[in-house]
Design a binder for this molecule. Structure first.
Ligand code: F3S
Length: 69
């Protein structure tokens, strides 16, 4: 049984760099100001786990959490 991941963007930290959206467009959405939030409830579909970790690693503001459930 593989782990289930969930992504979360801290809106206090996000400054709209949009690297998350570029790297993992399935997992993040941008609002009208260019700030990101997790798509849906943040659940990472099977096969997209690497993209979740990649987005977390590439956010300059360290705004992305990947939660292992
Ligand atoms: Fe925000 Fe980081 Fe994405 S600053 S737009 S969560 S890359």
């Amino acid at each position: 049984m593989s782990e289930r991941l969930r992504v979360h963007v801290d809106p206090e930290k996000c400054q709209g760099h949009a690297r998350c959206k570029a790297l993992a467009p399935e997992l993040f959405e941008l609002d009208e100001y260019g700030n990101a939030h997790e798509a849906g409830d943040g659940a990472v579909p099977p096969g997209l786990e690497d993209k979740a970790w990649l987005a977390k690693a590439n956010c300059p503001e360290i705004a992305i959490d990947v939660i292992e459930e």
